[in-house]
Design a protein around this ligand. Structure first.
Ligand code: GLA
Length: 380
């Protein structure tokens, strides 16, 4: 039960505007967004909340409920900080950069999107903040504007050159649907995820890797390196989007092994996604699951963003007949695997994977049985 409304009133003695923005899952299409490829995310029933009210000053006062600490910052000369407040400051800064006048506010933050689990807790925080301030001050920004503000916050305030998937999903999510987003044209299509016999189960390895953002940026550069070579033959391309795995193969000798592997993963991942959407539309969840396993192998062996714990969880999932597909999800180096599990087999799977993981790594993975919900919205 979320009590941010009452908590805010107790601390700041007036009624706030409360908004929620969810974390996301991504069924398939990993590390494709910043290569202008396709992704297939959905917003989930775990969200971050922001409660906010004007305070008539030039100061922003922040309180975290789950996030510890309270902070005050002047609205003049906003700069990055080390704490979670960074995400909020980044959003305000980028609103100011657009010439929007953010006034002094009291703000409280809470939520249950696990941090460092690859479920986009930070994007949910940025989107909740942007959504709330946009509403409070009537800025008239679109969801897409808010998504770009969140992405710029990651780039400039956090130093992670992320794609647009997480923010897009948190804002545009629709209950019962995944979103096929073309990250080149930004056109999107809602695809029903209508499988009452299956659950989307996340298994959190509880590993948060400190190299995640630097390695992420390296992957991005390696893809760009591939494009710079391929561009000689395909001058029209600016990203890997214009390349399929056949065209890539023809130039294998001109790329280093690492760069070829990275590009091969991205091109085949886009191909899997397109095929996967057709399978989902036909109701073929088992066929879709096979593609998820292939994605995991590619992420682990070619893109090298997995880790031994995620590979272990993936290997365990393969042992269950009730599991249609499983793979690591999100940026990598830790976080969750996403598993499509027959509803009747979820308990058996959960118990089994928890105990196997505990035996191997002496820690307890958290398991989340998720539902696909609406994106960011006003709560009260
Ligand atoms: C992180 C980034 C996204 C996306 C995924 C990998 O979640 O924020 O933009 O690149 O990793 O698919």
């Amino acid at each position: 039960m979320i009590t941010i409304d009452q908590d805010f009133q107790q601390v700041f003695s007036r009624k706030p505007l409360v908004v929620a923005a969810p974390g996301r899952v991504n069924l398939i299409g990993e590390h494709t967004d910043y290569n202008e490829g396709f992704v297939l995310p959905g917003a989930v029933n775990k969200q971050n909340y922001v409660a906010v009210a004007e305070n008539g000053t030039n100061t922003i006062n922040l309180r975290g409920n789950r996030f510890s600490g309270s902070f005050s910052f002047s609205l003049d000369g906003i700069k990055p900080v080390k704490e979670w407040a960074n995400y909020i400051l980044g959003v305000i800064f980028h609103m100011q950069q657009r010439g929007l006048e953010v006034k002094g506010v009291d703000m409280m933050v809470d939520g249950d999107v696990p941090v460092g689990a690859g479920m986009s807790s930070s994007a949910a925080l940025c989107c909740a903040t942007g959504f709330a301030l946009n509403e409070l001050f009537g800025f008239g920004l679109t969801k897409m504007d808010l998504a770009y503000i969140g992405q710029k916050t990651e780039h400039v305030f956090v130093g992670l050159k992320s794609g647009i998937m997480d923010q897009f999903a948190s804002l545009h999510g629709k209950a019962g649907h995944v979103i096929k987003l073309d990250c080149q044209s930004m056109e999107y299509e809602y695809i029903p995820f209508d499988f009452p016999d299956y659950k989307i189960v996340l298994v959190n390895s509880m590993v948060t890797h400190s190299l995640a953002s630097s390695e992420y940026n390296v992957r991005r550069l390696q893809c760009e390196e591939g494009v710079s070579v391929l561009k000689k033959y395909y001058p029209e391309i600016n990203t890997l989007r214009g390349i399929d795995s056949k065209k890539l193969l023809a130039h294998r000798e001109e790329l280093s092994e690492v760069v070829y592997n990275r590009c091969h993963f991205v091109t085949t991942e886009n191909e899997r996604l397109l095929q996967g959407c057709e399978l989902l539309k036909k109701g073929d969840i088992k066929g879709f699951g096979v593609l998820m396993y292939q994605t995991h192998t590619g992420l682990s062996k070619e893109y090298e963003v997995s880790c031994k714990e995620l590979d272990f969880l993936n290997g365990e999932a393969r042992k269950y007949e009730a599991v249609a597909g499983s793979r690591m999800m999100g940026g990598g180096f830790g976080g969750c695997t996403i598993n499509l599990v027959e509803a009747s087999g979820v308990d058996h799977f959960t118990e089994g994977i928890k105990s196997a993981y505990h035996k191997e790594y002496h820690k307890e993975p958290e398991v989340y049985v998720t539902q696909i919900e609406d994106g960011a919205r006003i709560i009260s």
